[in-house]
Write a protein that binds this ligand. Structure first.
Ligand code: HEC
Length: 405
């Protein structure tokens, strides 16, 4: 098992991560930190209600709770079909910190009780039990909220959200003239990108069924198991201090700030394939590779222009095997061209699929077949203008599409 775990982790592309309890290896790009106006959160949009429109839920889930697998011990039987002792034993038997290493013959849960730095609460991290624990809700997916003694309920996760919403990419220094960006924005309109990447933050906030967007399917349904144990979401008010007093007041959390159909899609309930939410496009010039699995990548040397358009000049600089997996930085402009040009994309997908590591972790760079290429009736100049426009989308874009102004 140790070897299998190592092989999996070593196959994760740099910058990809997963902490889903679905027993599948589907590490995805760390989502954009430019979170303002970009709800629902996470690639599938599973964090969509409560404070900061779901951002506090995301911050809690990934960084407060999933990052500490011992918080899942009480749910391991129901969620993963793994007996609690086996689950804890697997975690502790070879712990790198000798203090946490399971001695021969010890019962894992009893050993954990002895070494637990936070006795009396589940897991190692500092958490509080929500009213529904050990069940979960749309708000706190496993019924636990990261909260340190001495703070108030949600003070830390809400503080993180408030701060994160102030982050913005450094202004993009456009090289071309404004006319190029205007033409690119018009292509963005004409190609139908605005149907989904609409409004000021370039998202309509919807979750798109996996079958429709067609990107790598594994991650879209990764949260299905969680939702099967959900009860109606509740929280303690934010003026309550941690540790909780006896019988703290409880408030219901409204769920109607996100359409029910999007909530169900995000958790693969109505549609077993699940979906991906429409991400914002802020800061693309900094965030290559693209798509949730990061499979859309090309180095600055990968492509070359001839009279018929752009061709692959260096096939060994395509996809993740040609970039991040060998320490080469993906180039934003070339990678965006691979995103919107079906011929180039085909070659990038082939490069990804030829790599055993990526097969193991469900990274392909497929789907999102919204093309701005010759076959779709666009010229190479249209494609280049669109890319210039996409690169220019920073916190205060110089040009916005007509349809969004
Ligand atoms: C039907 C809705 C829809 C349309 C139309 C659409 N997109 Fe997207 N877009 C999405 C979704 C959903 C994702 C996330 C998919 C994933 O990562 O699996 C996405 C992802 C992206 C990304 C990658 C973002 C990142 O951070 O990795 C870019 C760039 C992008 N779209 C640009 C475009 C452009 C340009 C067009 C038009 C040619 C377009 N999109 C048309 C829904 C759409």
């Amino acid at each position: 098992m140790e070897d299998a775990v190592d092989a999996d982790f070593l196959a994760w592309p740099p910058g990809n991560f997963t902490s889903n309890g679905d027993l599948n290896s589907n590490p995805s790009q760390i989502p954009s930190s430019y979170t303002h106006g970009a709800w629902p959160y996470s690639w599938s949009g599973v964090a969509s209600i409560g404070w900061f429109h779901g951002l506090s839920t995301l911050n809690n889930a990934v960084f407060g709770v999933n990052a500490d697998p011992s918080t899942t011990a009480d749910a391991s039987e129901e969620l993963l079909g793994i007996d609690k002792e086996t689950y804890l034993g697997a975690m502790f038997q070879n712990a790198s910190n000798p203090k946490f290493r399971l001695p021969e013959g010890a019962k894992p849960s009893e050993f954990f009780e002895k070494i637990d730095p936070t006795p009396g609460t589940p897991g190692i991290n500092q958490v509080i039990e929500m009213p529904e624990y050990p069940k979960g809700t749309l708000f706190m997916q496993n019924g636990l909220m990261a909260a340190s003694p001495g703070y108030r309920v949600a003070e830390q996760i809400n503080g993180m959200s408030a701060w994160q919403n102030t982050l913005a990419p450094p202004p993009y220094q456009a090289t071309g003239d404004r006319e190029v960006l205007k033409r690119g924005a018009a292509v963005f309109d004409r190609a139908g990108c605005v149907d989904c990447h609409s409004e000021r933050y370039f998202t309509n906030h919807k979750v798109i069924p996996q079958q429709e967007v067609g990107t790598q399917p594994s991650r879209a349904k990764a949260s299905k198991g969680f939702a099967e144990n959900f009860v109606p979401p509740q929280t303690y008010p934010p003026n309550i201090s941690v540790p909780l007093p006896p019988n703290p007041p409880v408030l219901p959390i409204p769920t109607d700030i996100t359409p029910q159909e999007d909530i169900e899609l995000a958790y693969a309930q109505s549609n077993p394939a699940g979906g991906f939410k429409v991400p914002n496009l802020i800061g693309l010039y900094l965030t290559a590779p693209y798509l949730h699995d990061g499979g859309v990548a090309a180095s600055s040397e990968a492509l070359q222009q001839d009279e018929d358009g752009f061709k692959v000049a260096n096939p060994d600089q395509l996809g993740l095997p040609g970039t991040l997996l060998k320490g080469v930085k993906p180039d934003a402009s070339a990678s965006l061209r691979v995103l919107v040009d079906r011929n180039l994309r085909e070659d990038a997908i082939a490069a990804n699929r030829a790599d055993e590591r990526l097969q193991r972790v469900n990274v392909e760079g497929i789907g999102h077949n919204y093309w701005v290429d010759r076959q779709a009736g666009f010229t190479t100049q249209d494609q280049t203008d669109l890319i210039q426009f996409l690169l220019s989308i920073d916190d205060d874009p110089e040009v916005l599409p007509d349809s969004s102004t």
